[in-house]
Design a binder for this molecule. Structure first.
Ligand code: FAD
Length: 488
């Protein structure tokens, strides 16, 4: 039978916006049929969390790059709006496809959609093939000796390190694209019509300047990081003023690069230059944290909206809208916190060390429910990720599995002095303090009045005075935490 007389097969792209190491795409091409590729923006299925603004911006660029790459390979990307179940059924019927290929998802609502779809298609004799395109290991592949998922990272990491990580698959050389019928194309939409980019106001100019979306940009970034950033990573990853981390997070979030590709590229660099080994080990352990978050999300589907530790559901949160707003805008009066929140607003990304500091400040100094912070990050991060974001917030709050203990309360001044000793990071994002000497950059309220006057800084006017004093805020947080212990 010629390829044209066969029914086509479908590839449904979802957070796997790449051609290389895309097992669903490669398997569809290997089927020998014509391959039709599509994407569904699903903001309507029950339980699916709509993307935040920054992630929507990224998605626009990511879909454009994916569409262009598919066209270069002989195919195209057709876009639809959800709910996914209905949209995919429409595509299957409209194209007469015999099979559909996708890479698996791990959120409870996404799994519900995929399972329902698989069931209904299989009942009609249409094959649904699914693959691991997102993780080094899927949640159920790594278990402790009792066959249960790990709750603690270190043994999880040990177990992962003992397993082989499969080699990435190259991009298909050519995708035998098929013809979409007019009637189904009439139900499709254009990228611009999805309305993912902000227009009035266009708040994305800083983000646009900071990032390039797409598979090629991800590969370039990985190469650049391995060439210039991997050596020294273990130490430099904690220096927010340096470009000391890979910044691959949004690319991984949208599947423009796979963790297997990252893993093998880094291992390849170590094979060429054995001196990189300890930095590489540290770096790859961070990539394994990502898998660990997904494993936790799989086991605890409410990770993004419910404290894992039930006692935290009784926490006496005392945050208020004014302090939340001051935190969101980078106007808390603590320079390292404000620099982080402004880096986030300007570039839609924040350094990991500073994410921990600002999150601790919101939850502990301002006694604000971690979910408020999680939502703000969800809306403003280009890498906003259902597993990593929820896990990061619960880790800092002390409510998650294998979390930092609640009583570890970061002092924003000493954190700033330790990790940004010259104040370069603060000077970049809090320009109103840029002229202060390093001795006062993290505590401008201790600067002599004459110096502040000379530098044109008026606390409470040109830059806020601290919205809460550190010592009493710390004591209040510990007291609130003690009240939880008293419940036990
Ligand atoms: P690198 O240091 O270069 O690390 C490489 C990759 O490893 C990252 O891209 C990421 O995929 C993974 N990784 C690194 N650190 C972690 C970690 N602590 N947990 C899980 N995976 C990690 N990461 C997100 O991808 N999305 C989020 O929404 C997110 N929200 C967070 C919220 C809070 C409160 C905290 C404390 C951390 C959060 N993180 C999140 C984890 C971490 O901050 C980012 O992954 C990292 O800063 C991304 O920068 P990078 O790619 O340069 O990291």
């Amino acid at each position: 039978m010629s390829i044209d007389s066969q029914s086509p097969v479908l590839v449904w792209f979802r957070d796997d916006h790449r051609l290389s190491d895309n097992p669903a795409l490669s398997a569809a091409v290997a089927s020998g049929s014509r391959v039709l590729c599509f994407y569904v923006l699903d903001e309507a299925s029950e339980g699916i969390r709509p993307l935040g603004g920054a992630a929507r911006w990224w998605l626009h660029g990511s879909l454009r790059a994916l569409g262009e790459a598919l066209e270069r390979a002989g195919s195209r990307l057709v876009l639809f709006r959800g709910p996914a179940l209905q949209a995919v059924e429409t595509v299957v019927r409209g194209t007469g496809a015999s099979a559909i290929y996708w890479n698996r998802r791990y959120g409870a609502a996404e799994i519900a959609v995929d399972s329902a779809l698989k069931k209904s298609l299989t009942e009609r004799g249409i094959k649904a093939h699914s693959f691991n395109g997102r993780l080094l290991n899927e949640p159920w592949e790594v278990a402790n000796q009792a066959g249960k998922p790990f709750q603690v990272f270190t043994p999880y990491l040990r177990a992962v390190t003992a397993r082989p990580i499969s080699t990435p698959i190259p991009s298909p050389e050519r995708i035998p694209g098929g013809t979409w019928g007019e009637s189904i194309l009439a139900r499709a939409t254009s990228l611009d019509a999805l309305g993912l980019e902000p227009s009035s106001p266009d708040w994305a100019s800083g983000i646009r300047a900071a990032w390039q979306c797409g598979e090629q940009a991800a590969q370039d970034r990985l190469k650049e990081f391995i060439g210039a950033g991997l050596k020294g990573y273990a130490e430099q990853r904690d220096r927010p003023f340096m470009d000391g981390t890979s910044r691959l997070s949004p690319h991984l979030r949208f599947g423009e690069i796979s963790p297997r590709q990252v893993w093998h590229a880094v291992m390849g660099a170590v094979a060429r230059e054995p001196g990189l080994e300890s930095d590489a080990r540290k770096y790859l352990s961070e990539v394994v944290w990502r898998d660990f978050s997904y494993q936790l999300l799989d086991v605890h589907p409410h990770l993004p909206d419910r404290s894992h530790s039930p006692r935290f559901e009784h926490f006496p949160w005392a945050g208020n809208p004014e302090t939340l707003k001051a935190w969101q805008r980078g106007l808390t009066g603590y320079p390292i916190v404000d620099a982080g929140m402004r880096q986030l607003w300007q570039t839609a990304w924040m350094h990991n060390r500073v994410r921990m500091i600002v999150a601790s400040f919101l939850v502990k100094h301002l006694l604000t429910d971690w979910r408020q912070g999680e939502s703000w990050f969800w809306d403003t991060l280009v890498d906003a990720d259902p597993a990593n974001n929820a896990f990061g917030w619960q880790w800092v709050a002390g409510s998650g599995p294998d979390s930092a203990p609640f009583h570890r309360i970061f002092n924003p001044v000493t954190q700033g002095e330790k990790f940004d000793p010259d104040g370069r990071y603060v000077r970049t994002y809090v320009p109103e303090l840029a002229s202060l000497p390093a001795a006062f950059i993290h505590k401008p309220w201790e600067a002599p009045p004459g110096l502040l006057h000379e530098k044109g800084i008026r606390l409470g006017e040109t830059y806020p005075a601290p919205i809460v004093p550190h010592g009493p805020a710390r004591a209040r947080a510990l007291e609130a935490f003690q009240s939880l212990r008293d419940l036990e």
